[in-house]
Ligand binder design. Structure first.
Ligand code: BTN
Length: 253
């Protein structure tokens, strides 16, 4: 019953039965596409996560989609698109399933502390100009048999809800909720609504976390998400720092 009602995002959709990675495919065609083109696949045989990890992408069970975007922004702002996507997916899961989805800054959606969605934003840019961004979204929807190595850290909507979920409803909700947040950002450069959601639904604010950067692990407390979408933390020695959502990941202590 719920269709897509957007003006720009997903006015073009490319649907695959199988593909290596929707992000890789999106990057290969992005130059010739308009902003908003969505690539979606029933399965991925080379699904990619952050930090060179694999993303388990079994046929028909999850959502594997990528959005091609061409905002006129500086490359430094690229990570803001991840925040917009996280806010949209979090709201979409809540709306369709009623589950208490939370955002684990910068790019994971979790339910009861377990990951249900990851976001991989990739960018092609010169010094001050973004050519395009690809925002890749992977959601565990009807998965029941998650790979052993992620079983205690990951879950799916079906595992949490105890029944099958219509993947199309979730895709439509993500797209419909993404567009207004994205429009706000490209029109006036601010992230007000996005950050409001990221703060309200944060799984990390006020908590002790461990920041993993390269090979280092540092303990800190997450104290604020700034209007720019950065995470303000305080280390054990009292020093404060601002973290950009590049190659970092965090976990609970
Ligand atoms: C992460 O948490 O490490 C990010 C996972 C991103 C997975 C999605 S699935 C659709 C898109 N295509 C990919 O190859 N990866 C992203």
């Amino acid at each position: 019953q719920s269709g897509i009602n957007t003006h720009k995002i997903a006015t073009g959709i490319i649907h695959f039965d199988t593909v290596d990675s929707t992000n890789s495919y999106a990057k290969s065609i992005a130059e010739g596409q308009q902003t908003g083109t969505v690539i979606i696949s029933e399965e991925q045989v080379g699904g990619r996560g952050r930090m060179g990890r694999q993303w388990s992408s079994p046929r028909g069970e999850g959502i594997f989609m990528s959005i091609i975007l061409k905002p006129k922004i500086s490359p430094l702002e690229g990570s803001k698109l991840t925040q917009i996507a996280a806010a949209a997916v979090c709201q979409a899961i809540r709306k369709v399933t009623g589950l208490e989805a939370k955002i684990k800054w910068p790019n994971d959606i979790v339910i009861e502390g377990k990951k249900v969605c990851g976001i991989l934003t990739e960018m092609s840019a010169e010094l001050n100009e973004v050519h395009y961004l690809v925002v890749g979204i992977g959601v565990n929807v009807n998965n029941t048999d998650l790979p052993d190595e992620i079983k205690d850290k990951a879950t799916s909507l079906k595992v949490q809800l105890g029944k099958d979920i219509n993947r199309r409803d979730v895709v439509c909700a993500i797209i419909n909720l993404f567009e207004p947040l994205y429009d706000d950002f490209v029109q006036d450069g601010t992230l007000e609504k996005t950050i409001e959601i990221c703060r309200k639904e944060s799984a990390v604010l006020g908590k002790s976390i461990i920041i993993l950067q390269k090979d280092m692990e540092v303990k800190a407390k997450a104290i604020e998400i700034t209007n720019e979408g950065l995470l303000k933390v305080q280390y054990e020695d009292g020093r404060e720092d601002m973290i950009i959502s590049g190659e970092v990941s965090i976990r609970g202590e």
